[in-house]
Each structure stands twice: as C-alpha cells, then as structure tokens.
Design a protein around this ligand. Structure first.
Ligand SMILES: *Cc1c(COP(=O)(O)O)cnc(C)c1O
Length: 458
C-alpha cells in the first residue's frame, strides 16, 4: 500500500482552545460591533485571521531562545542570524528590524523620494502605504491572468514584462529607485512568481540600471512552487532554488513573522555595501542599533533557526499540503474559492457564495460573520470595507473581488481543524439562499477603517 503523507514533526506541547455555543458567539460578535478584529482570541475556536506571527516554533527554535545573547552591540545572536542570511539567502549585508513594515520604512527612507515610481507585482498594503506616504507611486505590473479567480495559471504572481518595460522606458532612471517583486504575491492570493520571470525581470532591470528588491515574506513557499511546478527544478533542493532566486535580486525586505517562523521580527539585506550604509542611519533612528534593530537577541536566534527550517522540503510539504487540504475539501463541496490554491491561505469568493447580499451591504464581511457564528472560525474580509473610501469623493470603493481570507498559521492546527472549518463553511453554503441582508457602517476611521469599523445588522 502506498504510504500517505504525514507531517515530519510530532507535538510536544499543546495549547487548549475552547468551543463555544452559537448563542455565545451571536452575543460576542454583536458586542464586538460585528468587527472580527474586536473579538477576544478566547472567543474564537479556529483563528484564521492571519498567518503572520501566529505559527508554532520548533524545539530547536525554543532552545535557541534560551541561548539568546541580549548584548546591546555585537551579540552572538546577531552573528548567528548573519550566518543564516549569508548561507541561505546569499547576502553579505543585513539590518534587523522589528517587523516587515519597519524594514520597508528603513529601506524607503534611504531610497524613495517625492515623485518616485516603484513598479512591482501587486504591492502589499504596507509596502504601498510606505511608498505613498513618501508621495511616490506604486505601479502594479502583475500579469492580467492574476485577476481572474477561476483561471488556472501556475505563476499568477508573475510580472508582465511588457507592462514593466513600459514603466522603465517612460520615466527617467533617477525617478525609479527600485522594482519590488513580492514572493509569493500576497495581494493576489499567495500566488508564486516563476524563476524564469525573476530571471527576466532582473535582466530587464539591469538593462535600465535599476535595483530589484524582493519583498520576501513567503520566499520559501515561492521556492516550493518553483520546485513542484516549474520545469527543471524538480531535482533541486529548496535551498538551491532559494539561492538562485536571490541571485536575481539586489536586496530584500523581510517580514520574519511569515517564512521566518517566528512571532515577531524582520530585516533588510543587500549585496552591495553602499545601500547598506545608506540604511544604517535610518535603522538606528527608527529601530535600534545595527546589531539588534528592534529585535531581542533571543528572537534573532530563533529566526536564524527558523530560516533553516522553512527552507526544508519536508516542512513546506506539510505547510502547503495543509492549505491545499482545506482548499480541496471546499472545492469538493462546490464552494467558490480562488484557484489555483495559494501557499498560505484560502480565498473564498464571497460574491459567488452570497449572491443575494447587495454590495452596499458588505458581502465578504457578511460571509466572515456568518462563518464565525456558525463555527467560531475567524477569517478576514478582503473587500469593500478593506478598500476604504475614495480619498477625494468619500464614496465607497467597490473592488472587483469580495473575498474572505482564511490564512493558516504555520504548524499550529491539524487537518481535523481544517475539516472542521470546511464543514462550518459548508453549513453556511447550504443556507446561502436565506442570507439576504448584510450590514451598515455606524462608525469608521478616515483610513484603514477595517481595523476599527463598527457595524449594525440590516
Ligand atoms: C506581512 C507582509 C509585510 C509586512 O510585514 P509585517 O511584519 O506585518 O510588518 C510586507 N509584505 C508582505 C508581502 C507581507 O506579507
């Protein structure tokens, strides 16, 4: 008999989570003003709000925590992290930061100025925020295929080279501080970028004399998709693939809360010393001295180990296999989700799921709340509430897609939990024709309203 896949770890410590009743959940979500961010974590049974900083560390990482060196300058933890970054990613120079957006803040403070243009593949929201905050402009050059949820394409994170060259040839070189390639592309649904595309983007960038920076939160998951989907990589190890990926870049920003498998942390890394030197001043100003930059020594130690573990095929098969397990279950129930299934999350197509709720009543938010009431599962709305109002006209911006994202924390839940989530969603799906009313906003902040918005039932 064929031996089935099984995780390459066993569980040494468990954390109890509590089921609740439907009546409790109805009361809690009402008290939370129908905003899932306002729920206490103990009111949630399976928490799929985000995979950021919510994963489980290994025994080796916890052992590294205990040997962390908290010296202000020159701690051994810093040098451990330096070794991992050099060996796994190939960069000589790096600066620790407290998380990914802090890495962006330091890098962009050094390189991005008023009026600049930063092309890339669907920039992540904090990345775009940091670019626009500096009165620069992020231009999305993702391939068109990425925006059709049902279209099958192995690398929907790819950059369209024609769109990119249009940007590079339109603006002067001095106005384009960098191209940002996000691996995997979070905004388009955890979709990977192919090695061929990375190679071609880098060649084009070199032709125009422009830097390529990888926004690297899920770089290891990207390498997994290259290994399993791209011709010529099946026999290569994840670490070999990662080294080749970074050979097509000049530097990177990292949110270690994702593929670093730690609860907090980030960094920037470069090939050339000059960019590193430009960034050191901002790192000291915003984050901390260059050998800790907002991270405790123990966290740098855990990250040094986490980078190694995340770039092992056994780990990635368990990780991405679990996301796929949930996705395939939902597909077997006929539930509309974004396809192909990405690396870190399932995106449920709420417009197709709830055809009777008008868009003015926040379709994806309505579905996320129904799922919470049904099963105590917390996802997150990626739809009209997240899209905010138009800054000039103050009318709601209605995005093409109304999605509920179910992000899976690393090494945290079992496939039984995934089956539970799928059953919860199936129950909502079975009664979808009775769900006709959504919500109205009673209070909201002028920007980033989704975190604090208050709603009322219609
Ligand atoms: C999470 C993330 C960031 C921001 O990182 P934080 O650690 O949350 O500040 C930037 N880019 C991508 C692609 C991300 O997924």
């Amino acid at each position: 008999m064929h031996l089935p896949f099984a995780e390459n770890y066993r569980i040494k410590m468990v954390e109890p989570i509590r089921k609740s009743t439907r009546e409790e959940r109805k009361r809690w979500i009402r008290e939370a003003r129908y905003n899932l961010f306002n729920l206490r974590s103990d009111q949630v049974f399976v928490d799929l709000l985000t995979d950021s900083g919510t994963g489980a560390m290994s025994d080796q990482q916890w052992a590294a925590v205990m040997t962390g060196d908290e010296s202000y300058a020159g701690s051994s933890s810093y040098f451990n992290l330096q070794d991992s970054i050099k060996r796994i990613l190939g960069f000589d120079h790096f600066l620790p930061t407290h998380q990914g957006r802090a890495a962006e803040n330091v890098l962009f403070s050094a390189l991005v100025k008023d009026g600049d243009i930063v092309p890339g593949n669907s920039h992540f929201d904090t990345t775009k925020g940091h670019i626009e905050f500096r009165h620069a402009k992020a231009i999305d050059c993702t391939i068109d295929e990425a925006f059709d949820t049902t279209l099958d394409h192995p690398f929907k994170g790819n950059i369209d080279l024609v769109k990119l060259e249009m940007v590079l040839s339109t603006y002067p070189k001095e106005q384009i501080p960098m191209i940002i390639v996000t691996v995997t592309c979070n905004t388009s649904g955890g979709q990977p970028v192919s090695m061929k595309n990375l190679r071609e983007v880098y060649a084009l960038a070199q032709k125009y004399g422009i830097k390529v920076i990888f926004d690297s939160a899920r770089f290891a998951e990207n390498a997994y998709f290259i290994k399993t989907r791209e011709e010529g990589y099946k026999e290569k190890s994840i670490k070999e693939i990662v080294r080749e990926m970074y050979s097509y870049s000049d530097g990177m920003t990292m949110s270690s809360k994702k593929d670093g498998i730690v609860n907090i942390g980030g960094f920037i890394a470069f090939r050339d010393e000059e960019t590193y030197k430009k960034c050191t001043m901002f790192n000291i100003l915003f984050e901390g001295f260059i050998t800790y930059g907002g991270m405790a020594g123990r966290d740098m130690n855990a990250l040094a180990v986490g980078l190694d573990e995340a770039t092992e095929m056994d780990y990635l098969e368990a990780r991405i296999g679990q996301v796929r397990h949930l996705g395939e279950k939902l597909l077997s129930y006929g539930i509309p989700i974004q396809y192909p299934i990405g690396g870190h999350a399932i995106f449920v197509d709420a417009k197709k799921f709830l055809p009777h709720v008008p868009r003015e009543e926040y379709i994806a938010q309505t579905l996320a709340i129904e799922l919470y009431i049904e099963a105590g599962v917390r996802g997150v709305e990626i739809g009209t509430i997240l899209a905010d109002r138009d800054p000039d006209t103050r009318v709601n911006r209605y995005p093409d897609l109304e999605l509920v994202r179910l992000a899976i924390p690393r090494r945290t839940y079992t496939n039984n939990h995934m089956d539970y989530v799928a059953a919860g969603l199936k129950n909502v799906f079975d009664r979808r024709d009775q769900i006709k009313n959504g919500f109205k906003i009673v209070r909201e902040a002028p920007i980033l309203r989704h975190f604090t918005v208050e709603l009322d039932k219609l």
